[in-house]
Design a protein around this ligand. Structure first.
Ligand code: MLT
Length: 412
């Protein structure tokens, strides 16, 4: 007899975005006359083509793979040196953040890394997770057996939920109790809130004092427009002793379909054994990557490297400005429609308060039926997301303008 992983049975619902997709599909089947009219402002998937610098780099890498002299088989599991160096130099050392090339681990996505990191963390940790937040953090902890069962409200034991509300401007505050692992996501998915230096310093101080580890998801850092907002947790003194950072090329270079990201695991970062001995996590992550992963393709890594060239950087800025331009258009329209809108300034997401009397899913249904627009219900990001919905600005300009027009026409 084979036994299954019963942790999966503790999961409350299907993963959020396939559930949204299922409902949209069902709506389109029942309403074929408007199926072509549906505009997706739901999942945060990029719409604009890859930048020319990436296309050139990929073509060149493909040519190299076609010649015996330059062909490459397995690469280093943790990433080619040329990319690790470009990342460490451009994203960290040029900003006076001391990160070595070999503290960068290249992977096929931040979503995967956020889940995989649990391989090297013990199952006795008490974990703090913002609410609402990217659902992957909670779900992967459940799958890994790092939580107990969920109660009637859907909250899992062993997770300390950090409420992100209008009152705290959606920036979580340290809990009164001691936790071992803390997830932070800034700029935040879904609320669009970005933590400032003071707010992040409070967390770093908390983590250093309690010997906790911060798992810092900075997948949307390229969208920060406000000066003074940190792009990396490592801008905060002491963070290399208490944090791991996840970054992605999905939302800056448009790599959601190409797949490339990286995780920074500083060598100074230590965690304890059950006997109380402190050891580096860096060699554990190295061991995990070399054992369970064969690296990102050479072609993709050359593509990622091209994002750090002068042309690549300019082209990334154009992409970000395009999506932030959409965010402005949508933000103005939804505000003019009388709804309260947060986010969309340092992030590609708008976080909208549904009118009184509407749950998140009721708002989803109304917006889909009346305006043929797809949004993401806030409750899918956690119980504190109930009564909100998220609007993604990943769209063509034409679709964003049309969606803005339709948001204004909804009669609440
Ligand atoms: C989202 O819509 O929240 C994102 O697309 C999810 C992701 O990046 O995996």
């Amino acid at each position: 007899m084979a036994y299954l992983n019963e942790n999966y049975l503790k999961l409350k619902a299907g993963y959020l975005f396939p559930e949204v997709g299922r409902r949209v599909k069902s709506f389109c089947e029942k309403n074929p006359a408007v199926a072509n009219r549906v505009i997706k402002c739901g999942i945060g998937d990029v719409t604009e083509p890859l930048p020319p610098a990436v296309i050139n780099a990929m073509h060149q890498a493909v040519d190299e793979m076609g010649e015996r002299e330059t062909f490459r088989g397995y690469g280093p599991e943790q990433g080619y040196e040329f990319l690790r160096n470009a990342i460490a130099q451009n994203d960290y050392r040029s900003k006076r953040i001391d990160i070595a090339d070999d503290e960068i681990f290249v992977s096929d996505g931040s979503k995967c890394d956020c889940g995989n990191i649990l391989d090297i963390l013990g199952d006795k940790n008490k974990t703090a997770i913002p609410d609402p937040v990217y659902p992957v953090y909670v779900d992967t902890n459940v799958m890994a057996g790092h939580t107990g069962e969920a109660d009637e409200s859907g909250a899992y034991s062993c997770i300390v939920y950090l409420p992100c509300t209008v009152e705290n401007a959606f920036i979580p505050e340290p809990p009164d109790e001691k936790v071992d692992i803390i997830y932070l996501c800034s700029p935040n998915n879904p609320t669009g809130a970005a933590a400032n230096k003071t707010q992040l310093s409070v967390w770093v101080d908390y983590a250093l004092k309690n010997k906790s580890i911060i798992l810092y998801d900075a997948a949307y850092e390229a969208y920060i427009t406000k000066p003074g907002i940190p792009h990396s947790i490592f801008e905060i003194p002491g963070a290399t002793e208490c944090a791991i950072e996840f970054r992605s090329f999905s939302k800056n270079g448009g790599f959601t379909g190409v797949r490339c990201a990286f995780t920074v695991v500083p060598k100074k970062l230590l965690a304890s054994t059950t006997k109380g001995e402190f050891k580096q996590l860096h060699p554990l992550w190295f061991r995990r990557m070399t054992t369970k992963f064969n690296g990102v393709s050479y072609i993709t890594q050359r593509a990622a490297e091209s994002l750090y060239t002068e042309d690549g950087k300019k082209q990334v800025r154009c992409l970000i400005e395009h999506y932030l331009g959409n965010a402005r258009i949508l933000r103005e329209a939804i505000t003019n429609a009388g709804l309260k809108v947060y986010g969309g300034v340092n992030a590609p997401y708008l976080w909208v308060k549904a009118p009184e009397g509407y749950t998140s899913w009721q708002a989803f249904d109304k917006i889909l039926q009346e305006a043929n627009l797809v949004i993401t219900p806030g409750s899918g990001f956690g119980s504190k997301g109930e009564g909100f919905f998220r609007v993604s600005s990943y769209n063509s300009r034409e679709n964003a303008v049309e969606a803005a027009k339709r948001f204004k026409q909804i009669k609440w």
